[in-house]
Design a binder for this molecule. Structure first.
Ligand SMILES: Cc1cc2nc3c(=O)[nH]c(=O)nc-3n(C[C@H](O)[C@H](O)[C@H](O)COP(=O)(O)OP(=O)(O)OC[C@H]3O[C@@H](n4cnc5c(N)ncnc54)[C@H](O)[C@@H]3O)c2cc1C
Length: 387
């Protein structure tokens, strides 16, 4: 099948596809069934340098932009894998690169680039405040040369397969700040110094094979030097990670979308019912064609979000819109793919049900569709804030 995707960044695409070819669908299916973590796959990506794409060359990385990083993530999903196992390192990276001190960059980036350390986790969401991030209750209180952390987080992914986590906590109580987005700070948590020493990890069994956890902080002490940037400005810094996350996940959904469209197109050409291929029926063709159109359109917004992000320009609206369009397109493609596989869509060996579950997540996380609509209504269209 001819798709317009693939003409851009061909060298990166070819190399990532070649690596992914060594980890065929059976591999990802086996990991999914075992609820395992694709260690060998993430190791191979790391050794090949892909997980260091965003690290500047002077610290041992390849100094690429979010655009190229998004192509890497897209190709993983397009090949039948799931970037959810490793995208944290991509979306967290610029929080450290852009806002960390020179000392922090020197301490962490070369080791992340070599694969000695993984920066796969970001702790923002809390059980009692959900999307209302400025009301987080986890606190960080300065005591001498340390910060003491207390509180709770939920849905924090890849903690068991990471060495470092970027944590958002309140350093000034909400009722003592002029703007509710002030008074929060971000920290690098060295997980080996934290787990069992003030931080407890409780895994959450979930619909996707996505390693995610509840975290409990009970007087966890972290060195003051692990504060990123200025105290109280953390919300601003974490947006660097959140906008990257939305844009990268848009690219992943685009990869999923192409996977579904190609998979179902091949199937409906072959599958004969009533003496002809089911793909000859317009009732079958149209939903597939519609998803393809939507994926292509989402792709344009994804590149626009990447362009703005890499140019250090405001990109919140484009990152949100790219994620909205791509998640919607991949979900429509997933539905069409499952539907036209008939009963076979439910058989694990076709991988459709697995990819269907994986792509469904992105209607809710990392930001729900409703919250994107409300962002656009308020921040782009100037409508009154609804909450
Ligand atoms: C598998 C998984 C992995 C995750 N990984 C991470 C991670 O690594 N780090 C991290 O910090 N978080 C992570 N998250 C959390 C994720 O970002 C949140 O689940 C998501 O932002 C939604 O927040 P919530 O679950 O608290 O939903 P809520 O805020 O409770 O919202 C529930 C639903 O209500 C609706 N809603 C809420 N408020 C409004 C409103 N004002 N107007 C209209 N509709 C509204 C939305 O439809 C929303 O889907 C993960 C979640 C999952 C499921």
């Amino acid at each position: 099948m001819q798709v317009t995707r693939g003409k851009d960044f061909q060298d990166i695409r070819d190399a990532v596809r070649a690596l992914c070819a060594g980890f065929p669908s059976e591999y990802h299916r086996r990991i999914d069934e075992a609820r395992g973590y694709p260690e060998e796959f993430v190791d191979a990506l790391t050794k090949a340098g892909w997980m260091a794409a965003l690290i500047p060359e002077e610290y041992g990385g390849s100094g690429l932009g979010l655009t190229e990083a998004s192509v890497i993530m897209e190709e993983i999903n397009r090949s039948g894998g799931n970037s959810g196992a490793c995208h944290g390192q991509m979306y967290n990276m610029n929080t450290l690169v852009r806002h960390g001190s020179e000392e922090q960059r020197r301490r962490y980036l070369p080791k992340i680039a070599s694969g000695e350390l993984r920066l796969q986790s970001m702790g923002v969401t809390e059980p009692t405040t959900g999307t209302d991030t400025t009301r987080i209750k986890t606190t960080a209180v300065r005591r001498g040369d340390r910060y003491v952390i207390n509180g709770q987080k939920v849905w924090i992914s890849r903690v068991q397969h990471s060495d470092l986590m970027i944590l958002l906590a309140r350093t000034t109580p909400l009722d003592r700040v002029a703007k509710k987005s002030e008074g929060m700070s971000i920290f690098i948590v060295d997980l080996k110094d934290a787990i069992g020493k003030g931080m407890t990890v409780q895994p959450i069994l979930n619909m996707v094979n996505h390693e995610t956890n509840e975290l409990f902080f009970d007087n966890l002490e972290i060195p003051a030097e692990n504060l990123i940037g200025e105290e109280g400005q953390g919300f601003k810094y974490i947006l660097t990670g959140l906008n990257a996350e939305r844009t990268l996940i848009a690219a992943e959904c685009i990869g999923d979308g192409y996977w579904f469209v190609e998979k179902v197109s091949e199937y409906v050409k072959d599958r004969q019912v009533f003496g002809r291929p089911i793909g000859q029926n317009q009732g079958v063709q149209f939903p597939i064609a519609e998803s393809y159109i939507e994926i292509e359109a989402a792709n344009l917004m994804r590149y626009e979000a990447c362009r703005l992000y890499d140019a250090h320009e405001p990109c919140g609206a484009q990152a949100n819109m790219a994620k909205y369009l791509a998640a919607k397109a991949s979900w429509e493609a997933a539905n069409a793919c499952l539907q036209f596989h008939g009963g076979f869509g439910f058989a694990c060996e076709y991988d459709v049900e697995r990819k269907f579950r994986e792509t469904r997540l992105y209607q809710v996380a990392p930001i729900s569709t409703n919250l994107i609509l409300s962002y656009v209504a308020e921040h782009v269209l100037g409508l009154p804030r609804s909450f």
